[in-house]
Each structure stands twice: as C-alpha cells, then as structure tokens.
Design a protein. Structure first.
Length: 534
C-alpha cells in the first residue's frame, strides 16, 4: 500500500544551522572556542532540514564590506524561507491516491522493458585498469556492505567470482546526503576510454519557461532510473567495482558513467514523444514535470504519464513527488505558472563559504553563479576579472578588485528578482546597453498579476567583448549589442511585438545608414528581420 500524501509529509523548508563542535545554534564552528568532540567531521554538501515555525521576514541585503563569517544566524535562517503555495488538489486527494495506488503495483513489477547498451571504447579493447580499493572508515565500510547487498538482491550487482580473470577494477566510494549513504563507482579512469555519447540534454532555463500560465504543476523523480538499462556481456566486464569485501560486477547501468545521462535521456524521450511535442511535459534526465491549466486536464495528463512510466517498468520515488502545486522547487529554481525564481536554499550555502583561494574553487563558484546568469544583470561584466584568474597562464591572486567583483556577484545572487514567464501575445521591452567591458540587455514585459499591470524582467543576458570589438566606436558598439541580443533572444522575439529602449540617440541613423561598411551592412540585414525601419 502507498501511504496517503499529506502536507505533513512534505520536506521541511527551513534548516537549523549548528556548530559541529559544541552543537550550539548561536554560532558556527569558525567562531567556536571549544574543542571538537567529534573525531571525524563529516563534510555536509547540503544543509539538513528540520521543521520549525516560520519567522517574520527580515532584511537580507548583503553589504560589500561584510565578510561571509559575520552574517548572523538569524539572517541565514530567514534567507532559507521559501513561500510555496498549497496544492490545488485537496478535493481530489482520494482520486489521486487511487490513481497512484493502481499504478504502484506495476511500478514495482519484475518484468519490464530492457535496453541493451554497449560502451564504445576508443582505445585497445578492453582497457586494462587495475585499481585497488579505497580505505574506508568503519561507518563507511558498514554502509558499503549494506548497499552492496541491497543491489545484489534485485539483480543490479553480482559477485564477480574468484576464478574469472579481472582486467578492470574500479574502486567504490560512499557518499552521504542527508545522513543517507549512496555507493558510487569511481569510473574516472574508465571514462577517459569512453567515446562520449553526445545526445543532447534539455536546456534547463528555456525548458522551465514552458510552464507559462500553468495553474497545476506536478513533479516526479524516477527511483534508480539508470538501473533500468541492461548491459551487454562485454560492458559488464568493464564495470567491475572493488571494495574491501570483494569484487562485484554491474549487470545494469550504474551512476557516474560518462554516458549514463545520455542513454537515460534518449530512453525517456522515446517513451514520451507526443507529450514532449505538446510542450506540457518537461523531462530532464530522471526528473519529470507536468504542467496544466485546469484540474481535470492535469489529472488526465498525470494518468497518461503514469501509464507510460509503468509501461517501461520505471519506478517513481513517491517521497520526492509533489502533486498539483501552484509553486514548487525544480532543478534549483522555484517554478510557478507566472514566474521563475532562484531556490534560496542553494544560494544560502554559497553565503557560508569563504572567498575562494585557488582556481578550482573559483571555477566552482563561477559555475554555480553562471547557472543563474539569466537572473543576474550584467553577469559577464561582473565576472570578467574572476574568469581571467582561472586561465592556466595566469597566477591566481585575489586582488581588491577581484574580491569586490566576487562580493558583487554574491550580493546579486541574494537579490536576484523573479523572472516573468514570457507571453508572446503581449509586447516586450528590450533594454540594451554597451560599454568597454561588455554587452548587456534585459527583456521586460508588462503582465497582469493580481488584477494589476506589472512590469518585470523576463531574462537578463550579457557577454564580454573581444579585443577587436573593443576598438569599435560607441555607435558601432551599440549596434553590435542590438544585433547580438536579437539573435540571442530569437526564441522570445520571433513573431512578437517589442520596443527597443537605449540611450544611444544615433541608433535610428545607424539602421538607415546608406553607405555602411561590411560589418554594418551585415548587422542591418540581421536587424531588418525583427525591426521595421521608419
């Protein structure tokens, strides 16, 4: 039986930050004067959650002079608060429960669709990679043994045997998330031999805008979806992991393989060809989002998705499902039918980190912030100096200018606005600007929200300029900015009415120039596809 779904079973929204030395909630470990009572300090990559009453909203403006360590615990905790709407399906809870219960028997069936996967090896086949097992603590060793037995029982793993010749051994490690252990094979050496499968995965930001005007949003997460791909005999011999308890062989596709995501994305796209073309279904690897404008249509679409899911013997993690919400967390964002926001829980973890002291940590920060660049004004210009020190030929040195740029990006992440979902039936406003450091623009739109006309951003875009472009005169720079942004925002501006707003008074004369040079002529031809000359 499937447990009934209620609001009480939902993941809590607010964390409790504690000092790992003394357990106090009044300070963090970096300011604690007591000695640690823990022999091994676990590195927590995500903040753990616990249920508490909501506090009042607080001002969370970040000062450029304030270091990360000086943020108060109260402000950090208040920053985690995300106002999520209630589910729209309480009156249909019994119907929803029966719908899930009917599909549950088939979701956990033994027989199902099999996909044969052969890994292509670019070097001599098979490669000889013999690596010893990693040392493990008592806690990690016990978790590893338990996890192996859990995978042997359903047929994901098997003992490789003592009489077989072993050419490839990959060490297995245990990762922890919310006090739950997960075994992962360290396939980095084998991945270097694997020819990448370049099957494209969806672009997340553009995909999430498909839920425009949706009043009902459901998210589902596949349960160990990669293990549905059955491996060929040659591939099984390559995917052998070694632990302190022995050598084991994967019978089904594991995590952390180079082509695992591509194989799974191809398989799941083949299951929902019609639904994906109708745009109401969003699938990013093993994450499924259903969007609808009415309750009856949403329940019908949910039943369709569950039918297709169970038809290929896919399992769904019910504890990770959210049915019929007006707003929910998805892929690092807060998604609703009207807007798209940043998940503040993800950003708050960055506030607790010190300033990066090497290239690897700086690249990690830039990768995280770049994921949300559509929410950040002039991101490319702000991050210009930080990208330069990540170059291999540049010595890493955090100057005052770079520290200031780092603080500005961190502040921009905390103050990032909600982005409106674009409506092509409403005129847009395109604000453009250009300078010697880069190009930037923001696409605005006036929409009716709560019976009031509200103007807000749809997306921010920016980029750095090349050394050749840096020699352009201001007029050419603005024209370059206009043409680049028209091409970049083609998916929103194509066949739409929009107004270009800029402080360059010579823009009209540039569009109507009678004797343009080669660059200007090319830009004029490109802009005429979007702009009517007057």
């Amino acid at each position: 039986m499937v447990p009934k779904i209620s609001r009480d079973d939902k993941r809590p929204e607010k964390p409790v930050l504690k000092c790992h030395k003394c357990g106090s909630t009044s300070h963090l470990a970096n300011t604690c004067t007591k000695k640690s009572k823990i022999n091994e300090v676990q590195i927590i990559e995500e903040v753990q959650y616990t249920e508490e009453k909501e506090d009042s909203d607080q001002d969370l403006a970040v000062s450029e002079e304030t270091p990360v360590e000086d943020y108060s615990i109260e402000k950090i905790q208040a920053f985690f608060e995300v106002k999520e709407g209630h589910t729209h399906l309480p009156q249909y809870s019994e119907y929803l429960y029966n719908l899930i219960n009917i599909h549950d028997a088939r979701m956990y069936a033994i027989e199902g669709h099999e996909v044969d996967i052969t890994l292509n090896i670019d070097r001599p086949y098979p490669p000889v990679i013999r690596r010893p097992a990693y040392p493990a603590s008592t806690r990690a060793g016990e978790a590893l043994e338990k996890h192996i037995q859990e995978l042997i029982q359903p047929g994901v793993l098997r003992n490789a045997g003592h009489n077989e010749k072993v050419e490839v051994t990959t060490p297995a490690i245990i990762t922890w998330k919310n006090d739950k252990a997960r075994m992962v094979g360290d396939f980095r050496a084998l991945n270097t031999y694997t020819v990448p499968d370049k099957y494209p995965t969806p672009r997340i930001q553009e995909t999430l805008t498909q839920s425009s005007k949706a009043k009902y949003i459901t998210s589902m997460d596949a349960f160990k979806g990669f293990h549905k791909d059955v491996l060929t005999p040659k591939t099984k011999k390559l995917l052998r992991i070694i632990t302190h308890c022995g050598i084991y062989e994967y019978l089904e596709m594991p995590f952390s393989m180079k082509n695992s995501s591509s194989h799974y994305q191809r398989m799941i796209n083949a299951v929902f060809p019609t639904e994906l073309s109708e745009v109401w279904l969003i699938i990013y690897i093993d994450y499924i989002v259903i969007c609808s404008g009415s309750c009856s249509l949403h329940l019908e679409r949910l039943a369709t998705v569950l039918d297709n899911v169970t038809g290929v013997n896919m399992k769904i993690s019910l504890n990770k499902c959210n049915f019929g919400f007006e707003k929910l967390k998805a892929l690092g964002h807060i998604v609703s039918g009207l807007s798209l926001g940043i998940d503040k829980n993800k950003v708050a973890a960055v506030l607790l980190r010190p300033i990066p002291q090497n290239k690897q940590k700086m690249m990690s920060f830039l990768g995280f912030s770049s994921y949300y660049r559509q929410h950040l004004k002039d991101y490319a210009i702000l991050a210009k100096s930080l990208y330069r020190i990540c170059d291999q030929q540049t010595v890493f040195e955090m100057t005052q200018e770079r520290i200031k740029a780092y603080e500005k990006i961190r502040k921009a992440l905390t103050e990032a606005p909600l982005l409106l979902k674009p409506d092509c039936n409403i005129p847009f406003k395109l604000y453009i600007d250009a300078c010697g450091d880069g190009l930037g623009a923001v696409l605005h739109q006036v929409q009716i929200i709560d019976d009031k006309p509200t103007e807000g951003p749809v997306c921010y875009i920016s980029r750095q300029i090349t050394p050749t472009e840096a020699r352009y005169c201001p007029k050419q720079m603005y024209f370059l900015c206009l043409v680049w942004e028209l091409e970049k925002l083609h998916y929103s501006l194509d066949d739409s009415v929009f107004e270009v707003i800029t402080d360059c008074n010579a823009m009209n004369s540039l569009l109507n120039m009678k004797t343009p040079n080669r660059n200007m002529l090319r830009w004029q031809i490109t802009s005429q596809e979007y702009i009517e000359l007057t």
